[in-house]
Design a protein around this ligand. Structure first.
Ligand code: NAD
Ligand code: WQD
Length: 346
């Protein structure tokens, strides 16, 4: 019998790509998602790629009674990957309570359920945002955690602390927190990808939406930073590469290979790329000129951050394999596919 993995937030961007990789590795997947930031059609995309439609339960994990009923129904879950969260940095500064309530309560409810139903393993979606602007680059897992610059970032720091303390208090529980750098791109089939609702905040969907004519112009937020071309530098990681790391993390725990009950890994490429280099990559793979202009800095932006992924490379045997152009092309194909499906979108 295949091991059953619970994927919360599994119709979302990273969750759907991870569901695909899990299914392709022979795992049985069950998804919980309240569809607050994703669409049910994502299940069609997962099925188109894998030939398998994962089990799906639509509800809010903050609803303890509903979660309890779910665990009563699925009694053979071996591990949890917890993606479900609110994730927009800007929105979190406007609606901090919504972020604290959703991101903290969902994790605590899950952990309660896992303890009650003896589910021993959890992989948690953390973020490079916990490092702020690091003093030393590239950033290793040992870099100090800086005071959070947004309520969203603070929820990731608090969630890591909740995991650390809960695992410490419960011998039967183990956790891996994966600190993602900047996930981008889509499945190469273009059957699933990122679905920003409304005007995107993130760079790559804004680039591809500008490229396809949905937005008139990309604003580049500042070219007066202390970087080679003056624009910000990030570590953009292919979402399929990222998804594969989750499968490895799950296998690590199922096979008792973890070195500690709570482990943390940076997931990045180890390569810093500037905003202008991202635009150049888009222009190369799409054959189109991108309309952009330099505007003022975006408040709160970190100047430059990229990962030292050595620990994940060595311990997980995982590396980010895709090239930037390959990844950008996948994002562009997904944008074109989505535009065909939804020409009415704004
Ligand atoms: P996403 O919004 O596409 O996916 C999250 C999913 O969770 C959505 O489908 C949403 O409907 C669901 N959800 C949210 N709250 C829920 C709740 N209470 N109950 C049930 N479902 C709920 O986001 P994503 O980009 O796939 O991110 C996944 C995780 O990775 C999040 O925890 C996010 O904070 C983290 N992360 C994302 C990035 C990034 O840039 N995308 C970077 C670092 C970390
Ligand atoms: C990338 C670069 C912008 C849009 C965010 C979260 C972080 C993590 C990943 C979850 C920056 C520039 C962007 C635009 C631009 N998420 N940019 N014009 O800010 O690195 O990280 O997503 O954990 O917590 O903060 O990603 O894609 O928004 O920006 O010039 O229209 O692109 O200034 O330098 P960011 P991003």
């Amino acid at each position: 019998m295949a091991d059953r993995i619970l994927v919360t937030g599994g119709t979302g961007y990273i969750g759907s790509h991870t569901a695909v990789e899990l299914i392709q590795k022979g795992f049985e997947v069950v998804i919980i998602d309240n569809l607050s930031n994703s669409y049910i059609d994502t299940l069609d995309g997962i099925e188109a790629i894998t030939g398998v439609r994962p089990a799906f339960a639509q509800f809010d994990i903050c609803d303890r009674a509903r979660l309890q009923a779910f665990f009563e129904q699925y009694t053979d879950i071996r591990a949890v990957i917890h993606f479900a969260a609110c994730k927009a940095v800007g929105e979190s500064t406007q609606k901090p309570l919504m972020y604290y309530r959703n991101n903290l309560n969902s994790l605590m409810n899950l952990l309660d359920g896992m303890l009650q139903y003896h589910i021993p393993y959890i992989v948690f979606s953390s973020s490079c945002t916990v490092y702020g602007q690091p003093d030393v680059l590239p950033v290793t897992e040992q870099a100090p955690i800086k005071p959070a610059t947004s309520p969203y970032g603070n929820t990731k720091q608090i969630c890591e602390a909740i995991l650390r303390d809960t695992v410490k208090a419960n011998e039967g529980l183990a956790a891996i927190a994966l600190r993602y750098f900047n996930p981008i791109g889509a499945h190469p089939s273009a059957c699933i990808g990122e679905l920003p609702i409304g005007v995107p905040n993130n760079l790559v969907p804004f680039i591809t939406q500008t490229g396809i004519g949905l937005r008139p112009c990309l604003n580049v937020f500042g070219n007066d930073y202390n970087t080679p071309d003056g624009t910000n530098i990030r570590d953009y990681i292919n979402v399929v590469d990222l998804a594969k790391a989750h499968v490895i993390a799950i296998e690590r725990m199922l096979r008792h290979k973890s070195k500690a009950n709570f482990e943390i890994f940076n997931l990045g490429t180890g390569r810093g790329v500037s905003v202008l280099e991202m635009i150049q990559s888009f222009e190369r793979v799409s054959g189109r000129k991108l309309n952009y202009k330099i505007t003022g800095r975006r408040p709160g932006d970190t100047e430059q951050v990229w990962a030292d992924p050595t620990y994940a490379n060595q311990e997980l045997g995982w590396t980010a394999e895709s090239s930037l152009d390959e990844t950008m092309l996948s994002a562009w194909k997904w944008e074109q596919h989505y535009q065909q499906l939804h020409p009415e979108r704004k």
